[in-house]
Design a protein around this ligand. Structure first.
Ligand SMILES: Nc1ncnc2c1ncn2[C@@H]1O[C@H](COP(=O)(O)OP(=O)(O)OP(=O)(O)O)[C@@H](O)[C@H]1O
Ligand SMILES: Cc1cn([C@H]2C[C@H](O)[C@@H](COP(=O)(O)O)O2)c(=O)[nH]c1=O
Length: 217
Protein backbone atom coordinates (compact mmCIF):
# COMPACT_ATOMS: atom_id res chain seq x y z
CA UNK A 1 0.00 0.00 0.00
CA UNK A 2 1.13 3.57 -0.60
CA UNK A 3 1.96 5.91 2.31
CA UNK A 4 -1.24 8.00 1.90
CA UNK A 5 -4.80 7.38 3.20
CA UNK A 6 -6.27 7.26 -0.32
CA UNK A 7 -5.69 4.50 -2.84
CA UNK A 8 -4.13 4.80 -6.29
CA UNK A 9 -5.59 2.65 -9.07
CA UNK A 10 -4.44 2.82 -12.68
CA UNK A 11 -6.03 1.59 -15.92
CA UNK A 12 -3.67 0.54 -18.69
CA UNK A 13 -3.78 -0.94 -22.17
CA UNK A 14 -3.49 -0.14 -25.85
CA UNK A 15 -5.51 2.30 -27.93
CA UNK A 16 -9.29 1.96 -27.80
CA UNK A 17 -9.48 -1.03 -25.45
CA UNK A 18 -12.04 0.73 -23.21
CA UNK A 19 -10.01 2.44 -20.46
CA UNK A 20 -12.02 5.69 -20.36
CA UNK A 21 -15.36 3.89 -20.55
CA UNK A 22 -14.50 1.49 -17.73
CA UNK A 23 -12.80 4.02 -15.47
CA UNK A 24 -16.09 5.97 -15.42
CA UNK A 25 -17.95 2.75 -14.60
CA UNK A 26 -15.58 1.83 -11.73
CA UNK A 27 -15.69 5.41 -10.37
CA UNK A 28 -19.49 5.33 -10.25
CA UNK A 29 -19.48 1.92 -8.57
CA UNK A 30 -16.92 3.01 -5.94
CA UNK A 31 -18.93 6.19 -5.26
CA UNK A 32 -21.97 3.96 -4.62
CA UNK A 33 -19.84 2.12 -2.01
CA UNK A 34 -19.20 5.49 -0.30
CA UNK A 35 -15.66 5.98 -1.62
CA UNK A 36 -14.52 9.54 -2.44
CA UNK A 37 -13.11 9.18 -5.96
CA UNK A 38 -11.01 11.38 -8.24
CA UNK A 39 -10.77 10.41 -11.94
CA UNK A 40 -7.82 11.72 -13.90
CA UNK A 41 -5.63 10.81 -16.87
CA UNK A 42 -2.11 10.85 -18.28
CA UNK A 43 -0.58 12.61 -19.94
CA UNK A 44 -2.63 15.42 -18.43
CA UNK A 45 -4.87 15.92 -15.44
CA UNK A 46 -3.81 19.50 -14.58
CA UNK A 47 -3.61 22.72 -16.58
CA UNK A 48 0.15 22.50 -17.16
CA UNK A 49 0.10 18.73 -17.78
CA UNK A 50 -2.78 19.10 -20.27
CA UNK A 51 -0.74 21.74 -22.15
CA UNK A 52 2.08 19.19 -22.42
CA UNK A 53 -0.49 16.55 -23.53
CA UNK A 54 -1.60 18.82 -26.39
CA UNK A 55 1.99 19.02 -27.66
CA UNK A 56 2.49 15.25 -27.30
CA UNK A 57 -0.72 14.36 -29.15
CA UNK A 58 -0.66 17.10 -31.82
CA UNK A 59 -0.31 15.23 -35.11
CA UNK A 60 1.54 17.93 -37.07
CA UNK A 61 4.48 19.96 -35.73
CA UNK A 62 6.88 22.03 -37.83
CA UNK A 63 9.66 19.63 -36.83
CA UNK A 64 9.63 15.97 -35.82
CA UNK A 65 9.38 15.34 -32.09
CA UNK A 66 12.38 13.25 -31.03
CA UNK A 67 11.76 10.12 -28.98
CA UNK A 68 13.80 11.58 -26.10
CA UNK A 69 11.72 14.78 -26.14
CA UNK A 70 8.59 12.64 -26.04
CA UNK A 71 9.90 10.67 -23.05
CA UNK A 72 10.92 13.77 -21.09
CA UNK A 73 7.62 15.53 -21.83
CA UNK A 74 5.69 12.51 -20.56
CA UNK A 75 7.66 12.60 -17.30
CA UNK A 76 7.41 16.41 -17.03
CA UNK A 77 3.63 16.13 -17.27
CA UNK A 78 3.69 13.31 -14.69
CA UNK A 79 5.83 15.30 -12.23
CA UNK A 80 3.30 18.15 -12.36
CA UNK A 81 0.32 15.80 -12.18
CA UNK A 82 1.74 14.03 -9.12
CA UNK A 83 2.59 17.20 -7.20
CA UNK A 84 -0.45 19.31 -8.11
CA UNK A 85 -3.21 16.70 -8.13
CA UNK A 86 -2.46 13.06 -7.32
CA UNK A 87 -0.49 13.36 -4.07
CA UNK A 88 -2.78 16.05 -2.53
CA UNK A 89 -5.85 13.93 -3.40
CA UNK A 90 -4.31 10.77 -1.88
CA UNK A 91 -3.28 12.74 1.22
CA UNK A 92 -6.91 13.85 1.66
CA UNK A 93 -8.05 10.22 1.50
CA UNK A 94 -9.45 10.26 -2.03
CA UNK A 95 -9.10 7.22 -4.26
CA UNK A 96 -7.38 8.29 -7.45
CA UNK A 97 -8.38 6.42 -10.63
CA UNK A 98 -5.89 7.28 -13.35
CA UNK A 99 -6.30 6.54 -17.08
CA UNK A 100 -2.69 5.47 -17.90
CA UNK A 101 0.45 6.04 -15.82
CA UNK A 102 4.13 5.00 -15.98
CA UNK A 103 3.34 1.51 -17.30
CA UNK A 104 2.25 3.30 -20.50
CA UNK A 105 5.70 4.95 -20.64
CA UNK A 106 7.39 1.56 -20.34
CA UNK A 107 5.09 0.11 -23.03
CA UNK A 108 5.06 3.07 -25.50
CA UNK A 109 8.44 4.79 -25.07
CA UNK A 110 10.31 1.66 -23.90
CA UNK A 111 8.89 -1.21 -25.98
CA UNK A 112 7.28 0.91 -28.72
CA UNK A 113 10.03 3.47 -29.39
CA UNK A 114 12.89 1.29 -28.17
CA UNK A 115 14.20 3.76 -25.55
CA UNK A 116 16.29 2.40 -22.68
CA UNK A 117 14.18 0.66 -20.01
CA UNK A 118 16.94 1.46 -17.54
CA UNK A 119 16.69 5.19 -18.29
CA UNK A 120 12.89 5.01 -17.94
CA UNK A 121 13.35 3.30 -14.57
CA UNK A 122 15.73 6.11 -13.44
CA UNK A 123 13.23 8.81 -14.49
CA UNK A 124 10.45 6.87 -12.78
CA UNK A 125 12.39 6.81 -9.51
CA UNK A 126 13.22 10.52 -9.84
CA UNK A 127 9.61 11.54 -10.43
CA UNK A 128 7.65 9.01 -8.36
CA UNK A 129 10.13 8.16 -5.60
CA UNK A 130 8.34 5.41 -3.63
CA UNK A 131 4.83 5.98 -4.99
CA UNK A 132 3.42 3.08 -7.05
CA UNK A 133 -0.18 2.32 -7.97
CA UNK A 134 -1.84 0.02 -5.42
CA UNK A 135 -3.52 -1.84 -8.25
CA UNK A 136 -3.32 -1.71 -12.05
CA UNK A 137 -6.07 -3.02 -14.31
CA UNK A 138 -4.67 -4.07 -17.67
CA UNK A 139 -7.49 -4.04 -20.21
CA UNK A 140 -6.22 -6.67 -22.58
CA UNK A 141 -7.56 -6.83 -26.13
CA UNK A 142 -5.81 -7.58 -29.43
CA UNK A 143 -4.39 -4.50 -31.14
CA UNK A 144 -6.79 -4.92 -34.07
CA UNK A 145 -9.83 -4.90 -31.74
CA UNK A 146 -8.69 -1.75 -29.92
CA UNK A 147 -7.87 0.07 -33.14
CA UNK A 148 -11.27 -0.77 -34.65
CA UNK A 149 -13.01 0.54 -31.51
CA UNK A 150 -10.89 3.71 -31.48
CA UNK A 151 -11.68 4.32 -35.17
CA UNK A 152 -15.40 3.74 -34.51
CA UNK A 153 -15.36 6.23 -31.63
CA UNK A 154 -13.43 8.81 -33.69
CA UNK A 155 -15.91 8.49 -36.58
CA UNK A 156 -18.91 8.90 -34.26
CA UNK A 157 -17.42 11.85 -32.35
CA UNK A 158 -15.79 13.45 -35.41
CA UNK A 159 -12.35 13.29 -33.67
CA UNK A 160 -9.10 13.76 -35.61
CA UNK A 161 -6.43 11.10 -35.15
CA UNK A 162 -3.54 12.02 -32.84
CA UNK A 163 0.25 11.65 -33.25
CA UNK A 164 0.38 8.21 -31.59
CA UNK A 165 -2.55 6.90 -33.62
CA UNK A 166 -0.58 7.58 -36.83
CA UNK A 167 1.87 4.80 -35.86
CA UNK A 168 1.96 1.48 -37.71
CA UNK A 169 0.47 -1.77 -36.38
CA UNK A 170 4.01 -3.07 -35.60
CA UNK A 171 4.50 -0.23 -33.09
CA UNK A 172 1.28 -1.14 -31.28
CA UNK A 173 2.24 -4.86 -31.27
CA UNK A 174 5.48 -3.91 -29.47
CA UNK A 175 3.46 -1.77 -27.03
CA UNK A 176 1.20 -4.79 -26.45
CA UNK A 177 4.23 -6.96 -25.63
CA UNK A 178 5.32 -4.31 -23.13
CA UNK A 179 2.03 -4.52 -21.24
CA UNK A 180 2.09 -8.33 -21.39
CA UNK A 181 5.59 -8.38 -19.91
CA UNK A 182 4.61 -5.94 -17.14
CA UNK A 183 1.53 -8.04 -16.31
CA UNK A 184 3.72 -11.12 -15.98
CA UNK A 185 6.21 -9.41 -13.65
CA UNK A 186 4.21 -6.97 -11.50
CA UNK A 187 1.96 -8.41 -8.77
CA UNK A 188 -0.17 -5.22 -8.69
CA UNK A 189 -1.40 -6.04 -12.25
CA UNK A 190 -4.87 -7.53 -12.76
CA UNK A 191 -5.49 -8.69 -16.32
CA UNK A 192 -9.03 -8.10 -17.59
CA UNK A 193 -10.09 -9.62 -20.90
CA UNK A 194 -11.30 -6.51 -22.75
CA UNK A 195 -12.07 -8.24 -26.06
CA UNK A 196 -15.53 -9.35 -24.87
CA UNK A 197 -18.77 -7.35 -24.51
CA UNK A 198 -18.81 -4.27 -22.27
CA UNK A 199 -21.13 -6.06 -19.79
CA UNK A 200 -18.66 -8.94 -19.50
CA UNK A 201 -15.70 -6.56 -19.07
CA UNK A 202 -17.52 -4.67 -16.32
CA UNK A 203 -18.51 -7.87 -14.48
CA UNK A 204 -14.87 -8.98 -14.62
CA UNK A 205 -13.72 -5.60 -13.27
CA UNK A 206 -16.11 -5.79 -10.31
CA UNK A 207 -15.12 -9.41 -9.65
CA UNK A 208 -11.47 -8.33 -9.53
CA UNK A 209 -12.13 -5.18 -7.49
CA UNK A 210 -14.52 -6.51 -4.82
CA UNK A 211 -12.03 -8.82 -3.06
CA UNK A 212 -9.45 -6.03 -3.15
CA UNK A 213 -11.69 -3.58 -1.27
CA UNK A 214 -10.89 -4.78 2.29
CA UNK A 215 -7.22 -5.04 1.35
CA UNK A 216 -7.23 -1.54 -0.16
CA UNK A 217 -9.37 0.10 2.57
N1 LIG B 1 -16.05 -4.14 -24.46
C1 LIG B 1 -16.40 -3.31 -25.43
N2 LIG B 1 -17.09 -3.76 -26.48
C2 LIG B 1 -17.42 -2.93 -27.51
N3 LIG B 1 -17.13 -1.61 -27.55
C3 LIG B 1 -16.44 -1.12 -26.51
C4 LIG B 1 -16.05 -1.93 -25.40
N4 LIG B 1 -15.36 -1.15 -24.53
C5 LIG B 1 -15.33 0.09 -25.06
N5 LIG B 1 -15.99 0.12 -26.23
C6 LIG B 1 -16.14 1.27 -27.15
O1 LIG B 1 -14.86 1.42 -27.78
C7 LIG B 1 -14.56 2.79 -27.96
C8 LIG B 1 -13.23 3.09 -27.25
O2 LIG B 1 -13.44 3.03 -25.84
P1 LIG B 1 -12.68 4.03 -24.86
O3 LIG B 1 -12.70 5.41 -25.40
O4 LIG B 1 -13.21 3.80 -23.51
O5 LIG B 1 -11.21 3.41 -24.98
P2 LIG B 1 -9.82 3.96 -24.45
O6 LIG B 1 -9.02 2.75 -24.09
O7 LIG B 1 -10.04 4.98 -23.40
O8 LIG B 1 -9.26 4.63 -25.78
P3 LIG B 1 -7.96 5.55 -26.00
O9 LIG B 1 -6.77 4.73 -25.69
O10 LIG B 1 -8.03 5.90 -27.45
O11 LIG B 1 -8.13 6.75 -25.09
C9 LIG B 1 -15.73 3.58 -27.40
O12 LIG B 1 -16.58 3.91 -28.48
C10 LIG B 1 -16.42 2.60 -26.44
O13 LIG B 1 -17.80 2.83 -26.33
C1 LIG C 1 0.81 8.18 -20.22
C2 LIG C 1 1.41 7.94 -21.57
C3 LIG C 1 0.66 8.00 -22.72
N1 LIG C 1 1.22 7.77 -23.92
C4 LIG C 1 0.38 7.83 -25.14
C5 LIG C 1 -0.58 6.70 -25.27
C6 LIG C 1 -1.73 7.30 -26.04
O1 LIG C 1 -1.50 7.12 -27.41
C7 LIG C 1 -1.66 8.77 -25.69
C8 LIG C 1 -2.71 9.19 -24.69
O2 LIG C 1 -3.97 9.20 -25.23
P1 LIG C 1 -5.17 8.21 -24.77
O3 LIG C 1 -6.38 9.07 -24.94
O4 LIG C 1 -4.96 7.77 -23.36
O5 LIG C 1 -5.11 7.03 -25.68
O6 LIG C 1 -0.39 8.99 -25.10
C9 LIG C 1 2.56 7.49 -24.02
O7 LIG C 1 3.06 7.30 -25.14
N2 LIG C 1 3.32 7.42 -22.89
C10 LIG C 1 2.79 7.64 -21.67
O8 LIG C 1 3.51 7.56 -20.64
Amino acid sequence: MNQYCGRFITFEGGEGVGKSTNIRFVAEWLQQQGVDVLVTREPGGTDIAETIRNQLLKAHHQETMSDMTELLLVFAARAQHLEALIKPALAQGQWVLCDRFTDSTIAYQGFGRGLSLELIQQLKTLVQQQLEPDCTFWLDAPVSVGMARARGRAATAGEAIDRFETEQQAFFERVYRGFAQLAASESRFRRIDASVSLDQVQSALLAALTPLLPELS
